[in-house]
Each structure stands twice: as structure tokens, then as C-alpha cells.
Design a protein around this ligand. Structure first.
Ligand SMILES: [Zn+2]
Ligand SMILES: [Zn+2]
Length: 333
């Protein structure tokens, strides 16, 4: 099959992904499904895997964890999913179901979780294998390409919104306005939340205004109004004190990324008055199911830029340099 393989971590400017023939998955373990990939979203986490901000767990590896495709075959023991079903495969490949986090309903924190496109091969390929218990059915209203960014950008943004405590009528700051924020703002607007967008790139500021932001300005700007909550999608630690400074007493700043540059030293008064600073790690399957149902109901309209699978390096270079409007998606078949 055709795939983009990462032989070793390297800066994306060196175009480290190799497009070519690799062996297709041959054997399915019990409960697994084989999926013919149609589209795969490009996520900032793919950049962190490729450039090595996340320590290598499998090498070489095929990246990609926002996969949409059709099930080609199922292993013995699979019962939830049938051949011909259209499914989405997310970042969370599998959890153990036994550790203290899994037992407590916090499978996103599982001690021995496997991750798509990081610890197991991902969706920058013609075929991918996943456990049927961890794939989603894609709501009918979404085409393959437009559905792909829902599977990580969408779901993680939704979990960030959930834990931010934002309520109808509240005021929310979104820091960084890429794939995740352009979906999250649509959910927030649906909940009747006022959104302010903080992002350095003017094209991203314009997209935020088009999608209903009441204000858009640079990342380090003083907010024209105090925020009930803020979500940081940009991986820049110096945004943390800036966001706290714009926050009301008792408000929450949520850090949505898997990696962030160091957070600078800051005075305690930025956090005092019961402000909360927290991260989000992965998501539960419940987050995913709830989000996809809501996304179909709103309905969410993702804005995408498509690239052929062979051009994954180009898509990732564009993502790194803020040149994607909305989300980048690889067309596989
Ligand atoms: Zn576990
Ligand atoms: Zn992702």
C-alpha cells in the first residue's frame, strides 16, 4: 500500500516523511477492524511526533490520527462494526480498561494507552487497523474530508470547552485560531457564548471574525473585556500569563495541547482569586460520541485545505507556518 512513513524524527523543513510502498497490514487481532482510508486530517500533534517533541515510541512510524474510511474487514470477535461501515479513527487507539484511571471513567489518562500515528501506525496510508471498540461512526451529514478534522481538533476542542466551565452568556477567549479553535467557536456560539480570539496571524483573526468572534487581536493583547474562561490551542507558554491576566476571578485557563514551550515565571497574583490553570490530555470515548452527535446537530461546518497524501510534508510545513485556514486534510483515495 502507499503510505507516508517517518523513518526518524527531524524538523519538518527537511521534509522527513517518505511517500512510497509499505507492506499493508496483514493480520487482524481479535476485535480489530481493517479500514480503507479515504481522508486523514493533519494535526499539530503530528508535527510534535515528527519533530520529536514527543519522545519516539515507535520508529519508523506512519503518522496521522484523524482518519475517515470504510471498514474492509473485521476480525473474529468484532461485533459492533461491520464491513462497509464508514468510521473515524481518533488519537486514542486503545486503553487497558484495568488501571485505576480506566476504572474511574478517566480512560483518557490510562497508564498504558496506545495512540494512533504515534505508538501504532496511523492514517497517512491506504489502510489502517484499529480496535472496533475505539472507532466512531461518522454522522451521515459529513463528507469524508470535512469529517476528518472533527476527530481530534473537534473532539479535543470540545473536551476543552467542557472542562473550561463556560456557560451560556459567558465570555470565552480562544488563543490560537487553527483547526481546533475554528470548530470550538461554532460549539461556543451554539451555546450562546461570546468568543474573543487571540492569534498573531491576521488571516486567522479574519476567520475568527467570520465565524462570529466579537473581537480578534494578537495573542499577547490585553482583552477588551474580562474572560470567564480561556482555552490555549497555541503551543506557546508565554500565552499562559497573558491569558491569566485577562481572566475574571474564579475563571479557568485550559491548555489544550500535548506539548507547549516553557511557561515563564509569573507573579502569584495572576493566579490568585481562585483562578484555575489546567491541561487537557487526550479524550474519553464518551467525549467523542457526545461531540459527534452535537456536531451533527449544530451542524459544524469545517473549513479545510486539502493535500494529496504524497504531499503530507507540504501540508505540515504549511501548518507549522500558520498558512492553513481552518484544517489541513490529506486525500487518500
Ligand atoms: Zn488503563
Ligand atoms: Zn490531534
Amino acid at each position: 500500500m502507499k503510505a507516508c512513513l517517518l523513518p526518524a524524527r527531524a524538523p519538518i523543513e527537511t521534509n522527513p516523511l517518505r511517500y512510497g510502498e509499505v507492506p499493508a497490514p496483514e493480520r487482524l487481532d481479535p476485535g480489530q477492524v481493517l479500514v480503507r482510508v479515504h481522508a486523514c486530517g493533519v494535526c499539530r500533534t503530528d508535527l510534535h511526533v515528527i519533530e520529536g517533541e514527543l519522545a519516539p515510541r515507535k520508529s519508523p512510524v506512519i503518522p496521522g490520527h484523524q482518519v475517515v474510511g470504510v471498514v474492509e474487514s473485521v476480525a473474529a470477535g468484532a461485533s459492533r462494526i461491520q464491513p462497509g461501515d464508514r468510521v473515524g479513527i481518533p488519537w486514542l487507539h486503545r486503553t487497558c480498561g484495568k488501571c485505576e484511571y480506566c476504572r474511574a471513567g478517566k480512560e483518557n489518562l490510562c497508564e498504558s494507552a496506545e495512540f494512533t500515528g504515534y505508538t501504532v501506525d496511523g492514517g497517512y496510508a491506504d489502510y489502517i487497523v484499529a480496535p472496533e471498540a475505539f472507532v466512531y461512526r461518522i454522522p451521515e451529514g459529513f463528507g469524508d474530508l470535512k469529517a476528518a478534522p472533527l476527530l481530534c481538533a473537534g473532539i479535543i476542542g470540545f473536551r476543552c470547552l467542557r472542562v473550561s466551565g463556560i456557560a451560556p452568556g459567558g465570555t470565552l477567549g480562544l488563543y490560537g485560531f487553527g483547526a481546533a479553535a475554528h470548530v470550538a467557536i461554532q460549539v461556543a456560539r451554539y451555546w450562546d457564548v461570546r468568543v474573543l480570539a487571540f492569534t498573531r496571524d491576521e488571516r486567522h483573526q479574519n476567520l475568527a471574525r467570520e465565524l462570529g468572534a466579537v473581537w480578534a487581536g494578537p495573542g499577547l493583547a490585553r482583552s477588551p473585556e474580562r474572560l470567564d474562561a480561556a482555552i490555549l490551542f497555541a503551543p506557546a507558554g508565554d500565552l499562559v500569563p497573558a491569558a491569566l491576566e485577562n481572566l475574571k476571578k474564579g475563571g479557568t485557563v485550559v491548555l489544550g495541547g500535548i506539548h507547549m514551550s516553557p511557561i515563564p515565571q509569573m507573579p502569584y497574583e495572576l493566579l490568585y482569586h481562585e483562578r484555575v490553570l489546567r491541561s487537557v490530555a487526550n479524550n474519553t470515548r464518551e467525549d467523542g460520541e457526545d461531540f459527534l452527535e452535537l456536531a451533527a446537530k449544530i451542524p459544524i461546518e469545517t473549513q479545510i485545505e486539502t493535500f494529496p497524501l504524497a504531499d503530507a510534508n507540504r501540508a505540515l510545513n504549511a501548518l507549522k507556518h500558520d498558512a492553513i485556514r481552518g484544517a489541513a486534510v490529506l486525500t487518500v483515495t
